[in-house]
Write a protein that binds this ligand. Structure first.
Ligand SMILES: *[C@@H]1O[C@H](CO)[C@@H](O)[C@H](O)[C@H]1NC(C)=O
Ligand SMILES: *[C@@H]1O[C@H](CO)[C@@H](O)[C@H](O)[C@H]1NC(C)=O
Length: 414
C-alpha cells in the first residue's frame, strides 16, 4: 500500500509538470483525421473460451486472422489501419516484476511478437487497459502503475491505447487521464490516446471538462457502449444531434468525439440501418472502428465499409464535425450538414431515425439547409458517386427518405 501511495504521488507530481509544460494541447502528430481500424469488443466481447470456441475467443490467432484479412481484402488500402485488442487479453495478475502480461494460453507468443506480426502487414497495433484497479472484465488495471504500463506498451511496439474507466473514481480522471497521457508522451513513442473519461464522468453526474479532454486525448467516448441493434445506433446519433455539452465544437484534427464502433456486418442492423451508421459516422467525423468478423461478412456490408466517397467525407482534412441543422416539419426527417473541402462545400444527410412504415417524401428549399451561394451547387450522391443535379439557393430539393434510411450528398459550389 505504501508503495502504491508513493507511485500515485509520483503520478500527481508528473501531472503538475504537464500542466505547466503544455497548455497548447496534445501534440503527438497522430489522428489528424479520425482513426480507422478494427476493434475486438462489440463482436467478440470477452470471450476467453478457446476450448469450445477456438475461432472467436480473444487470442493471438483471432488478431492474426483479422489482420491478414485487413491487409488482403482492401480494408488497409481503404484506410483501416489500426487493429486493436479491447479488454480480456490480460493474464489474471501482473508478473513478479509488476508488469502487465497477456494470458499465456491465448497469447503464447506475447504481445511484442503480435505487434511485429501486425506491423509486417503494414498495419498498426492497438491495445486496451483501464484507469482503475481492474478492467471492466476484472483483469489488472493501471491505477498506481501508469508510468510502468505506458513504458510496457512502448516497449511492445503499441501504436494506439484505449484507456477505459471501470473500477476507478471518475473524479480522479481529470488528473489521472492527463497523467497517463504525459507518461505515454514521455515514452517517446507516438501512440494514439483513446479515452473514456467523459462518459464515466457523465455516468457519475459530473460535468466533463471538454477543453481539457480535447488537449489530452486523440479521441474520447461520450456515450454508453454501442450494441448491435438499431435502438443503440439511433440513440447515439440522436445524442450527437442534440449536441450535448456543445461537444461538436471540440472536434478538430488530432481530437475527436467517439460515438463507438461500427456494428455493420453483424446481426442487429438491416442494410438500410447499416447505411445510416456509415453515413452518419462520416458526417460526424467519427473514428471508423469496425467490429465484425471479416472472415464471414457479406459482400454488401463489406462494400459499404469500403465506400471510398463515404470514407473521404469522414476523413475530410478540415476535421469539422457535422451537426443536425433542421428537423423537417410534419415528418420524422432531419437534415445534417458537414463543411468539407473544396471550400464552401458540404456533405448533407437526410435521415429518418424513426420508421413511419414507408418512405417519406420531403421538399426543402436549398437555402433552408444552408446552401446560399448564389452560383448554386452541384450535387453528387455519396453512396453511388452519381451526379444528382444542380441547385440554386431558391430551388426546392424533393427527396424520398426510406424508413430508418438516409440520403447522403456532397454539394460543391459551382
Ligand atoms: C510529446 O509532447 C511534445 C510537446 O507537446 C510533442 O512535441 C511531442 O511530439 C510528443 N511526443 C510524443 C511521442 O507524443
Ligand atoms: C408545421 O406543420 C403544421 C401542420 O403540418 C403547420 O400547421 C405548421 O404551420 C408548420 N410549421 C412550420 C414552421 O412550417
Amino acid at each position: 500500500m505504501i508503495m502504491e501511495t508513493k507511485r500515485w504521488t509520483n503520478n500527481v507530481l508528473a501531472l503538475l509538470l504537464v500542466t505547466i509544460q503544455c497548455s497548447s494541447g496534445l501534440d503527438n502528430g497522430l489522428a489528424l483525421t479520425p482513426p480507422m481500424g478494427w476493434l475486438t469488443w462489440e463482436r467478440f466481447r470477452c470471450n476467453t473460451d478457446c476450448v469450445n470456441r477456438p475461432d472467436d475467443c480473444i487470442s493471438e490467432s483471432l488478431i492474426k486472422a483479422m489482420a491478414n484479412l485487413m491487409a488482403k481484402e482492401g480494408y488497409l488500402q481503404a484506410g483501416y489501419q489500426y487493429i486493436i485488442i479491447d479488454d480480456c487479453w490480460l493474464a489474471s495478475e501482473r508478473d513478479l516484476n509488476g508488469l502487465l502480461q497477456p494470458d499465456p494460453d491465448r497469447f503464447p507468443s506475447g504481445i511484442a511478437a503480435l505487434a511485429d506480426y501486425v506491423h509486417q502487414l503494414g498495419l498498426k497495433f492497438g491495445i486496451y487497459v483501464d484507469f482503475g484497479v481492474r478492467t471492466c472484465g476484472g483483469y489488472p488495471g493501471s491505477e498506481f502503475y501508469l508510468q510502468l504500463d505506458a513504458n510496457t506498451f512502448a516497449h511492445w511496439g503499441v501504436d494506439y491505447v484505449k484507456f477505459d474507466g471501470c473500477n476507478s473514481d471518475p473524479s480522479d480522471m481529470d488528473f489521472g487521464y492527463e497523467a497517463f497521457g504525459l507518461f505515454l508522451n514521455k515514452t517517446g513513442r507516438p501512440m494514439v490516446y483513446s479515452c473514456e473519461w467523459p462518459v464515466y464522468q457523465q455516468f457519475a453526474g459530473l460535468k466533463p471538462n471538454y477543453a481539457s479532454i480535447q488537449r489530452t486525448c486523440n479521441l474520447w467516448r461520450n456515450h454508453a457502449d454501442i450494441s448491435d441493434e438499431w435502438s443503440s445506433v439511433s440513440s447515439i446519433i440522436d445524442y450527437y444531434g442534440a449536441n450535448i455539452n456543445n461537444l461538436a465544437n471540440f472536434a478538430k484534427p488530432g481530437a475527436w468525439n467517439d460515438p463507438d464502433m461500427l456494428v455493420i456486418g453483424n446481426y442487429g442492423l438491416s442494410y438500410e440501418q447499416s447505411r445510416v451508421q456509415m453515413a452518419m459516422w462520416a458526417i460526424m467525423a467519427s473514428p471508423l472502428l469496425m467490429s465484425t468478423d471479416l472472415r464471414s461478412i457479406s459482400p454488401e456490408y463489406k462494400f459499404l465499409l469500403l465506400n471510398s466517397r463515404l470514407i473521404a467525407i469522414n476523413q475530410d482534412p478540415l476535421g469539422i464535425q457535422g451537426q443536425r441543422i433542421l428537423k423537417i416539419n410534419g415528418t420524422f426527417v432531419e437534415v445534417w450538414s458537414r463543411p468539407v473541402l473544396p471550400k464552401g462545400s458540404y456533405a448533407i444527410a437526410f435521415l429518418q431515425l424513426i420508421n413511419p412504415g414507408n418512405p417519406t417524401l420531403v421538399s426543402v428549399q436549398a437555402r433552408e439547409i444552408g446552401l446560399t451561394a448564389t452560383g448554386g451547387y452541384s450535387f453528387t450522391d455519396s453512396f453511388t458517386g452519381q451526379p444528382a443535379g444542380t441547385y440554386g439557393p431558391d430551388d426546392m430539393l424533393k427527396l424520398l427518405i426510406n424508413p430508418n434510411g438516409v440520403v447522403l450528398f456532397t454539394a460543391i459550389p459551382m
